[in-house]
Ligand binder design. Structure first.
Ligand code: GLN
Length: 488
């Protein structure tokens, strides 16, 4: 019998509909897997009672012949950046380690309304700042492919949990690559939708002009199902777009003949990791074989994306994180006066990487440097955006690597300078700055047997084409390797 924790959502839904399994049964096997895989440190908070209650409600609905749709009864996890009513939401920080939100994020509420089963809150880099989960106050999540390696980040808990079969899908968030890079490191699929596709209401803010919610799952079709539920207008977020949400699964036709796929020459970095290059070449060939037309294109301002991202993201973070002051929501360390209370609480509550970014952001926003750094970065951001608009006059989508390397080891990353760690975001930050949708899916393995993902990038609000191309690539690549089973 196939292991129930290996199923895609599509397969599980079929079994639920045929009454071969119940949601309670499906939920229980995942709860057991979560216990068996505690060595991964994927979850910050497990919510087994809530999960079983959700599953019982789903089964009761189904017994009456009712269902809330394709996700009814499906066990999922939420990145611990999504506020969940009555359930601790930490952003993997000390300062929010005791925060119990009195409200639910719009996206997680939509998933509740669709009948999903919430297994718990998964680990992330602290305030989503990082690419490894190493900045989490709750310790690093391990990569299920090799416990010495990081799962990527910031949505590393989501990626590890999905890859190891602890949940069928998870929410993630992506500011500069936090869905796509961990998906690549763990051999799963994740999409950062167009900026404005999903509501940011109730998701702990990092950089508001870049943050975007998105799903992580074990197939393109599962991501399409999840995004269909997560997306949509919300009066509680002024930046969410009021555009219709299509049924993203309808476009998975398997036919991309005649589609034009751009390969930007600026992404061909000197000395790029050979396994990544080989996987990219393989992806290009597979799309060509499927009848797509491959077009060499240019995104001339690509090389500025990293510095621009780190200026804009840190500037916005310094502003967003000013609300954590030791007075509301947060842990508190008293002081002789109000200023000292702020200072003591923030010094105690924020980790080093968060402090670094607040300082950087405050610096680039300070009166003397605002124009030289922040204004300039905003201008260059526009040029990066314009590059994408130009190439999308010619091509339907782009194919590029998700990350410059496969997963790195925690030991190696501990010796790296912040700036060298930031360089790992070279392939993901351009699409973030332009606000265009981008999906990462596993296409090959490195010579050491580690997964390598590629990104399919599309036009604003054209997730349809992204899913369509990615689905064809997924079937052609036939990536069916799984991480070694982890028992702790
Ligand atoms: N790794 C990037 C950073 O550290 C992206 C993080 C994210 O997308 N949340 O900022």
């Amino acid at each position: 019998m196939t292991n129930l924790t290996d199923l895609t959502i599509g397969e599980a839904t079929q079994k639920l509909a045929n009454k071969e399994i119940s949601s309670v049964e499906l939920t229980k096997v995942h709860l057991v897997e979560m216990e068996n895989a505690r060595v991964l440190n994927a979850f910050i908070t497990e919510t087994p009672e809530r999960a079983l209650a959700d599953a019982e409600k789903s089964d009761a609905r189904r017994a009456k012949g009712e269902t809330l749709g394709a996700l009814d009864g499906i066990p999922i996890a939420n990145k611990d950046l999504y506020c969940t009513k009555g359930i601790r939401t930490t952003a993997a920080s000390k300062i929010l380690s005791k925060f119990i939100p009195p409200y639910e994020s719009t996206v997680s509420q939509k998933l509740i309304d669709a009948g999903t089963v919430m297994l718990g809150k998964v680990n992330t880099d602290q305030f989503a700042m990082g690419g490894s989960t190493m900045t989490s106050y709750f310790g690093t999540t391990k990569n299920p492919w090799n416990l010495d390696l990081v799962p990527g980040g910031s949505s590393g808990g989501s990626a590890a949990a999905v890859a190891a079969g602890l949940c069928m899908a998870a929410t993630g968030s992506d500011t500069g690559g936090s869905i796509r890079q961990p998906a690549s490191f763990c051999g799963i699929t994740g999409i950062k939708p167009t900026y404005g596709r999903c509501s940011r209401y109730g998701i702990v803010a990092f950089a508001s002009s870049l943050d975007q919610a998105g799903p992580m799952a074990r197939s393109v079709a599962d991501c399409a199902l999840m995004l269909g539920v997560m997306a949509g207008y919300d009066e509680k977020d002024s930046t969410v777009a009021n555009v219709p949400v299509p049924d993203f699964t309808k476009v998975l036709t398997g036919d991309i003949r005649g589609k034009k796929i751009g390969i930007p020459k600026e992404y061909r970095l000197d000395g790029l990791n050979q396994d990544v290059q080989a996987t990219w070449d393989k992806g290009i060939q597979l799309l060509k074989d499927a009848g797509a037309e491959i077009v060499e294109v240019s995104l001339p301002h690509t090389k500025y994306a990293l510095p621009v991202y780190y200026i804009v993201a840190c500037a916005e973070a310094s502003s967003n994180l000013s609300r954590y002051d030791g007075v509301r929501y947060t842990t508190r360390v008293e002081g002789k006066n109000l200023d000292e209370l702020y200072e003591n609480s923030r010094t105690d509550g924020f980790g080093d990487e968060v402090v670094r970014r607040i300082l950087l952001g405050t610096f680039v926003l300070s009166a003397g440097f605002y124009d030289a750094y922040y204004t300039r970065a905003q201008r260059v951001r526009r040029l990066i955006y314009n590059d994408f608009m130009e190439v999308f006059k010619v091509v339907d989508a782009l194919l590029v690597p998700a990350a410059p390397t496969p997963a790195l080891s925690e030991a190696e990353m501990k010796t790296m300078k912040p700036i060298d760690i930031y360089a790992g975001d070279v392939f993901t930050t351009p699409a973030s700055l332009a606000g265009v949708p981008s999906l990462s899916l596993p296409v090959g393995l490195s010579q050491n047997g580690l997964p390598i993902g590629l990104q399919v990038i599309g036009k604003h609000f054209d997730e349809n084409t992204v899913f369509q191309v990615a689905d064809v690539l997924e079937k052609a690549a036939n990536f069916n390797q799984k991480p070694h089973h982890v028992k702790g």
